[in-house]
Design a protein around this ligand. Structure first.
Ligand code: FAD
Length: 377
């Protein structure tokens, strides 16, 4: 039986980055993925992901984000390809809304440059955005777009070039861990290693059911529209995230060949599983998105060009889980990214390589500890 230093279960956003970082460090690694490279059945597809620094989810994330940016840029240099496009982002709502107030707190705490714009200024700068009187927009300069499929494929490619053994269309069916050895069984065989890393996204509960993690997988819909008018104006808008009447709606500039992509965040989502997710998108769902767009960007909802579904894996507090397995020091896991993890893949890969290598990391991951949940076995 072949033996590896580290075995990784799941090669999506987080697992592909982990493989890359471990391969860079010269580890003998095996990565196992049940589907193909950069597939569209998990959480890391859909053509675009937001990356930003004025993080309304908490200032604790910002040091990790700064490291994530550095690592994305380093990856771009190594691969000789662009992965991150800077567009800026504007967070709109009342000054007290979580998206605006939280972003301002993170920006002030970490000296991230931003502009606070009044409703009239927003309308002048971006005529297609229609904030309500009294609403504001926090504009963050460094925000931008990552192409998830390209990021995953790049991590995979560069890990392989450094000798990583990455196998696709091979699902992990069971595993055991002893003091020094782990054994993993798949649909094709058995493997042994020194350490094990789980990056199984929405499937985490199935491979780590022993832990009783408080995860909730939810179905999310992505919509691409052709604007009804002013396409040129939509090409030059930054990323936008609206918090209006307790609804979070965000989207991207109009991209050639794609259209205007918009989605709701943490609202109108239904509980699902990777096996049972409803992949068709109903007309009622499209109509609801049109209604909400009409209130904030009335020129946006023209012809629907495409729609797709994806999965969030939510934790009760929307913070990630990145830790070692409580019963096995040689097993690490990262999951529960709660719909905002992609931008962190680069740094999570580095953190997991630390945990799988020396068992600890100097990155600030205390917020993501498992022991914050009483239910965890
Ligand atoms: C619609 C949508 C929009 C989002 N927008 C943003 C955004 O703008 N910015 C942002 O930062 N984040 C965003 N996110 C969140 C982000 O995309 C996720 O947090 C991130 O992709 C999670 O990566 P992951 O590696 O945990 O999961 P995945 O990429 O799903 O990877 C898990 C992998 O494990 C594999 N696997 C599972 N079980 C097994 C097994 N038994 N054997 C072998 N392989 C297995 C799966 O096939 C899969 O490939 C969004 C998510 C969605 C769904």
């Amino acid at each position: 039986m072949a033996s590896y230093d580290v075995i990784i279960v799941g090669l999506g956003g987080m697992g592909s980055a982990t493989a890359y970082h471990l391969a860079r460090r010269g580890a003998r690694i095996l990565g196992l993925e049940q589907f193909g490279v950069a597939h569209d059945r998990g959480s890391s597809h859909g053509k675009t992901r937001v990356i930003r620094q004025a993080y309304h989810e908490g200032p604790e994330y910002v040091p990790l984000l700064l490291r994530a940016y550095d690592l994305w840029h380093a990856l771009e240099r190594e691969a000789g390809t662009a992965l991150l496009t800077t567009t800026g982002a504007i967070y709109l709502g009342t000054p007290e809304s979580p998206g605006v107030a939280g972003a301002a707190l993170s920006a002030r705490t970490h000296d991230i440059p931003y502009d606070m714009l009044r409703a009239e200024e927003i309308r002048t700068r971006y005529p297609v955005l229609h904030p309500r009187p009294g609403h504001v927009g926090l504009f963050e300069h460094q925000a931008g777009i990552l192409v998830p499929e390209q990021c995953v494929a790049t991590h995979i490619d560069l890990a392989r070039r450094r000798g990583a053994d990455l196998r696709f269309d091979e699902a992990v069916t069971s595993w055991t861990a002893g003091r020094d050895r782990v054994t993993v069984r798949t649909t094709r065989g058995s493997y042994e290693g020194g350490r094990l890393v789980f990056t199984a996204g929405p499937w985490t509960d199935q491979v780590l059911h022993d832990l009783g993690l408080p995860l909730r997988v939810e179905r999310v819909v992505l919509y691409w529209f052709e604007p009804r008018a002013r396409r040129e104006e939509f090409i030059r808008v930054p990323i936008y995230a609206w918090h209006v009447d307790e609804v979070n709606l965000y989207g991207f500039p109009y991209l050639e060949g794609q259209g205007l992509k918009v989605a709701f965040h943490q609202v109108f989502q239904e509980a699902t599983t990777p096996q049972t997710i409803r992949r068709d998108v109903g007309e009622d769902e499209v109509a609801r998105m049109r209604d909400h767009l009409a209130g904030v960007m009335p020129d946006a909802p023209g012809r629907l060009l495409a729609a797709a579904t994806c999965m969030y894996t939510n934790t009760p507090d929307s913070h990630f889980i990145i830790d070692r397995h409580p019963a096995h020091a040689n097993v690490a896991l990262a999951c529960g990214f709660s719909g905002h993890g992609f931008k962190f893949c680069s740094v999570v890969g580095e953190v997991l390589a630390d945990l799988a290598g020396r068992g600890e990391t100097s990155q600030p991951i205390g917020l993501f500890a498992l022991n914050r949940f009483r239910s965890v076995a």
